[in-house]
Write a new protein. Structure first.
Length: 384
């Protein structure tokens, strides 16, 4: 570790969207020395591998607010930075044939309307009329928000990292944090593969590795890694554009347009927790079968490539944001399941205010670290 980087006011562990955005916003409000340690390269883990979706269709108001804030932030920054990232406003369409899920959809829509989300409730006939390539005869209905969509997650992360660097953030790539030193319940330093870095504040933004990083300070965070596989097809024009991000909530299958091709994936609810990110032939066969059922034309699509990434999942599928324990100087933004990319900018801004002791406009109480005794009240129901 050279003299320039052997001390820091704040060390962020993890150079994904959460770590990068938090560093950016910390430096908007201060001239502190902020160092981000990343064991690999920036945004190569979940952030760079994700599908880039941004939706306002959540069941929990706090998650709706985070998506709305991110959309606003991206719009402002696109103008300020002249950044290239485009928001593809294709909409998100949720479908179900299950009476219980349908009831949940209708309850969620009431909450979403209360928060100003322009979501529509659609009958199977209306769905068939708008998207005739979808099988609808078995459905009870769907919900559609035309303002949802996607961006290129890597472009967004890189734009934030460039802006953070300009403000003085130091990004140490290929630098793994191996330990966190505490003295009298206060953060004292981090030990990295490049040396020791003295600091009074550590922010855990380590994604799927968040529990391992928490362990370094003796904390037991209930966050587990789960593989999610995604497949892209070659150019495919048998389905007319725009193709919304369609989520079949019963099979947890989804697809959307992806340039000239299609991107599709599925949650395997039976898959055990692991750090495995390989693609799997058996999974692909099930995916194609599910895709061909819900959108029969997809059976003609040709798979180009696939990849796996990791979700970081808490028991209630909501993240942990803010202080992580009674130890002084330990903070985190971890456990984002399948919605951390879209919440990264808004959470980065809110967390920077928590760390700097400034006023936070968002209600983060649903995301406190010590909530796991009263899970039923506050969990997120719409997960994919
Ligand atoms: C296939 C897939 C599709 C998804 N689709 C969407 C979507 O459409 N919309 C959405 O909002 N979200 C989506 N997500 C979820 C989203 O990708 C994540 O929630 C989000 O990227 C998490 O960001 P992060 O910064 O917390 O984690 P990451 O991007 O994983 O970054 C954490 C970083 O910490 C580093 N790290 C870990 N331990 C250490 C250590 N000890 N020292 C130094 N560095 C360390 C890792 O190398 C990694 O780079 C998807 C995820 C996957 C896998």
């Amino acid at each position: 570790m050279n003299a320039r980087t052997d001390t820091a006011d704040i060390v962020v562990i993890g150079g994904g969207i959460l770590g990068i955005c938090t560093a950016y916003y910390l430096l908007q409000h201060s001239d502190l020395k902020v160092v981000v340690c990343e064991k690999d390269l920036l945004a190569q883990a979940a952030t760079g591998l994700c599908v880039g979706g941004i939706r306002q269709q959540f069941s929990h108001p706090a998650n709706i607010r985070l998506s709305q804030e991110t959309l606003q932030i991206l719009e402002e920054l696109r103008d300020d930075w002249g950044a290239a990232f485009d928001f593809h406003k294709i909409g998100y369409l949720f479908l179900t044939k299950s009476p219980t899920t349908w009831e949940n959809f209708l309850e969620n829509v009431q909450i979403q309307h209360r928060w100003g989300v322009p979501v529509e409730v659609l009958s199977p006939q209306e769905i068939h009329h708008r998207w005739p390539y979808l099988r609808t005869d078995d459905l009870l209905g769907g919900t559609f928000c035309a303002d949802d969509g996607y961006v290129d997650p890597y472009e967004v992360a890189m734009a934030f990292s460039r802006a953070a660097r300009k403000q003085g953030a130091v990004f140490l790539e290929k630098t793994e944090v191996l330990d966190i030193e505490l003295k009298s319940d206060r953060v004292h330093a981090v030990i990295t593969t490049q040396g020791r870095l003295a600091t009074p504040v550590v922010i855990n933004a380590a994604g799927a590795w968040a529990a391992q990083v928490a362990c370094m300070s003796g904390l037991n965070l209930p966050i587990k890694p789960y593989r999610r596989q995604v497949y892209a097809t070659t150019a495919f024009d048998a389905i007319p554009r725009p193709i919304p991000l369609v989520i079949d909530q019963d099979s947890l299958f989804y697809f959307r347009e992806d340039g000239p091709g299609i991107l599709m994936g599925k949650t395997d609810a039976a898959e055990p927790s692991s750090f495995d990110t390989h693609t799997d032939r058996g999974f692909l066969e099930t995916l194609i079968e599910t895709a061909s059922y819900r959108a029969p034309r997809l059976s003609d699509a040709e798979i180009l490539r696939g990849w796996g990434g990791l979700y970081a999942i808490t028991p209630d599928e909501n993240p942990i944001i803010g202080t992580l324990s009674d130890h002084q100087g330990l903070y985190g933004a971890v456990g984002f399941s399948g919605h951390g990319f879209q919440h990264g900018p808004a959470v980065g801004r809110a967390l920077s205010r928590v760390v700097l002791n400034s006023k936070v406009d968002l209600d983060l109480s649903a995301f406190r670290y010590d909530r796991f005794d009263c899970l039923k009240e506050i969990g997120e129901k719409i997960t994919v």
